[in-house]
Design a protein around this ligand. Structure first.
Ligand code: G3P
Ligand code: CA
Length: 349
């Protein structure tokens, strides 16, 4: 009887670990623009380094070329990150990605910016020429790296244009590569709520259910109620329940006094069923970075966009404890209850 009671108790206790809220397992490390603190941003070499440093997800921002190909690029112009102005004359007064064909874009080289360089100690990338990759090439890298590392690497594309054509191409590319369900390691993100809502509707129509993330800022009113600030021509506010009706998570700006991410904000987002990922962890000093990660991880943040994957991985290992799987929890409880029964028997003897 005692053993049956122990097993029953363990099952009841184990069920406590099966939560209906969205509290994630371990926080995820998202390689923001690749290993952008170390190598040229949005390059295959940079993404590969981030994976080698332990990133769970790599983040390609996406733009469309003149001939309609999705390429990994943050800006809508080519000038800041590449040598375009030394190879081409300006078009329509500038260097918009959408004014250049993929063939032309492929002639460009991405420059290291900020703390980045063209090499990283002890690392020889498969692709060391730092060209602008297509979205498909980024997915191909994810597949080969998942196979070679034995870890399923996730992908976290951002629709940088609020554009139905871009939405369709993102969904089609993912679908062609066997992504489609909520269990797949993919998040699609956008600052535009129209885009995220549209992606949600299109997925529903197609029988797809990939996770969607609304980007913006954390807003907490004087009433203490958390809301999502969506950045457009101005700032519009959405309730967290509204966001949860079309998205699975939110990506919020960190380190901003006007839009502070607090524990209460994260708790309210979790209660609404939303994951919370923070951008951008850009601190290169290991000590200062550790303190920054700890602050947000202690509040319950579920993921961090980082320019320095190694620092984020180290912080997650240091400042979070693995969430026990339900099965593991059940076994732990059986063990604990068994020990308790033995102790009681020896006291009675
Ligand atoms: O997508 C989250 C974060 O990357 C937003 O910043 O770098 O795209 O401007 P960014
Ligand atoms: Ca981004």
């Amino acid at each position: 009887m005692k053993l049956r009671a122990a097993a029953l108790a363990s099952l009841i206790l184990a069920s406590l670990f099966v939560t209906t809220s969205v509290q994630a397992a371990d926080p995820i490390v998202i390689a923001h623009r690749g290993a952008s603190g170390y190598l040229p941003e949005h390059t295959l070499g940079g993404y590969e380094l981030a994976i080698k440093l332990g990133a769970d997800y790599i983040e390609p921002d996406l733009q469309l070329s003149k001939d309609g190909v999705l390429v990994a690029m943050h800006d809508d112009t080519l000038q800041r990150t590449t040598n375009v102005s030394s190879l081409y004359a300006a078009r329509n007064g500038g260097y918009k990605v959408s004014d250049f064909t993929l063939a032309e874009i492929k002639t460009l080289t991405v420059k290291p910016l900020g703390t980045a360089s063209t090499s990283y100690p002890g690392f020889s990338p498969v692709n060391s020429d730092y060209k602008i990759p297509t979205f498909q090439e980024v997915i191909d890298l994810v597949k080969t790296q998942s196979a070679s590392t034995g870890r399923q690497i996730g992908i976290y594309p951002e629709a940088k244009q609020a554009n139905p054509v871009m939405e369709n191409k993102i969904l089609a590319t993912l679908l062609l590569n066997d992504y489609g369900q909520s269990t797949d390691k993919v998040f699609i993100q956008s600052f535009s709520d129209a885009t995220v809502k549209s992606l949600d509707a299109k997925q529903a129509a197609l029988g797809l259910d990939m996770q969607l993330v609304q980007l913006g800022v954390a807003v907490t009113g004087g009433d203490g109620v958390a809301r999502m600030g969506v950045i457009g021509s101005g700032l519009s506010l959405l309730s967290l329940d509204q966001v949860a009706s079309f998205a699975d998570g939110i990506g919020v700006l960190i380190n901003n006094g006007s839009y502070a991410v607090t524990k209460s904000f994260i708790d309210q987002a979790h209660a609404a069923g939303l994951l919370v990922h923070g951008w951008t962890f850009a601190q290169s000093d290991a000590g200062l970075a550790a303190a920054e990660y700890q602050r947000y991880l202690d509040m319950g943040m579920d993921g961090v966009f980082t320019n320095y994957t190694d620092l984020a991985v180290s912080a997650v290992q240091q400042f979070t404890s693995p969430v026990p799987e339900p099965a593991t929890a059940a076994l732990m409880m059986v063990g604990l209850l068994g020990l308790g029964l033995r102790a009681r028997r020896s006291r009675q003897a």
